[in-house]
Design a protein around this ligand. Structure first.
Ligand SMILES: Nc1nc2c(c(=O)[nH]1)N[C@H]1C(S)=C(S)[C@@H](COP(=O)(O)O)O[C@H]1N2
Ligand SMILES: [Mo]
Length: 326
């Protein structure tokens, strides 16, 4: 038992950074690039991902108009790579979970909004999506493990959800949870992880114009492996903050503790703003590698989104020290 606990601490987001995994991904990409059928099961899973998309009742909503204000500044990543290289520990602690994720049931999908709100509610995802304004935005994504991508998300700004929720004045944070479905998520058997996956934002972060709840990707509903049907996107923070397959939003007065923070607070803090100058305890964050081109480029503070978000953290450096950015 002790051994398992120890192993759990070693695995998260860090084993995944090991060169072995990187090498595997390279081998896979090379195979795909050369048109070699390197991973038949993977190709099969991508086909089933597409048939799942066809049955989705929201599929007719896409594509939605792109908001040209938010440009990725980099070439878009290739869709098949974004759909085949994922982080979703509920389906396994490696990157090739797209096939396993197809087992996740998406309907009915009930979203709970509770805690410090005027009226707690449960709302069906298909009716929630009818209450918001959808648009497409191209955002950069930077994983704490140093891989990065640029993708077109469809979805809505999180301030629209906050307005639907009607928070009370003492609500300061929002805690979100991912579905925890034991019958479709083999990762939940790894009992040393603090399931369900949880993440949180401060309310001003939720209201920031960049903060996006994605319902679509590449002009179609979000594939299961990327966090269907509803997934947070915080482009200035490390990827682990962008919680997938959300089932609840709880408004609280206290700062929530996220899944990775609970496992290893020193490595995965609450704020997790991208910062090339603050190393992860076990690796530098100065550079990142683009998923499709494999180009190695310099990481920018706030992942280059400082003009939108830096003001939210004014004065906080003193308060929380360097961990602000971890
Ligand atoms: N529920 C849940 N959400 C999650 C994760 C996870 O394991 N479970 N991984 C996070 C991490 S570390 C990253 S980098 C992104 C990856 O998103 P993608 O697979 O769509 O690229 O999802 C984030 N959201
Ligand atoms: Mo990540």
């Amino acid at each position: 038992m002790l051994l398992k606990v120890k192993r759990g601490w070693e695995l998260p987001e860090n084993a995944a950074t090991d060169e072995s995994v990187y090498v595997n991904r390279r081998a896979l990409m090379k195979g795909l690039g050369a048109g070699v059928i390197a991973a038949p099961s993977l190709l099969a899973s991508m086909k089933s991902a597409h048939s799942a998309i066809e049955e989705d009742p929201t599929a007719k909503l896409y594509p939605v108009d792109r908001n040209e204000k938010y440009k990725g500044e980099r070439p878009l990543d290739e869709e098949e790579k974004v759909l085949a290289y994922n982080n979703f520990y509920e389906f396994g602690s490696h990157k090739y979970i797209s096939s396993a994720a197809q087992a996740m049931p998406l309907r009915p999908w009930t979203v709970t909004i509770d805690g410090l709100v005027e009226e707690p509610m449960q709302i069906d995802f298909d009716s929630l999506i009818g209450k918001v304004q959808l648009e497409e935005r191209v955002y950069r994504h930077r994983c704490v493990e140093r891989w990065a991508m640029t993708v077109p998300w469809s979805g809505f700004t999180m301030d629209q959800l906050v307005k639907i929720a009607r928070p009370k004045s003492d609500a300061k944070y929002i805690m979100m949870k991912t579905l925890a479905d034991e019958s479709s998520m083999p990762g939940l058997k790894a009992g040393w992880f603090p399931w369900p996956y949880t993440e949180g934002v401060r309310i001003d972060e939720a209201m920031n114009e960049l903060t996006f709840l994605a319902t679509g990707l590449y002009g179609k509903p979000v594939p299961k492996q990327n966090g269907a049907p509803l997934r947070l996107v915080l482009p200035w923070k490390y990827g682990f903050k962008s919680i997938k397959s959300i089932v609840s939003f709880t408004f609280t007065s206290e700062q929530p503790v996220g899944f990775w923070e609970e496992l290893q607070a020193k490595e995965y803090g609450f704020w997790a703003n991208v910062n090339p100058e603050v190393s992860h305890p076990r690796w530098s964050q100065a550079y990142e590698e683009l998923l499709s081109s494999r180009e190695r480029i310099k990481t920018r503070v706030y992942n280059g989104y400082g003009e939108y978000v830096a003001h939210m953290y004014d004065g906080m450096e003193q308060q929380v020290g360097e961990r602000l950015f971890r």
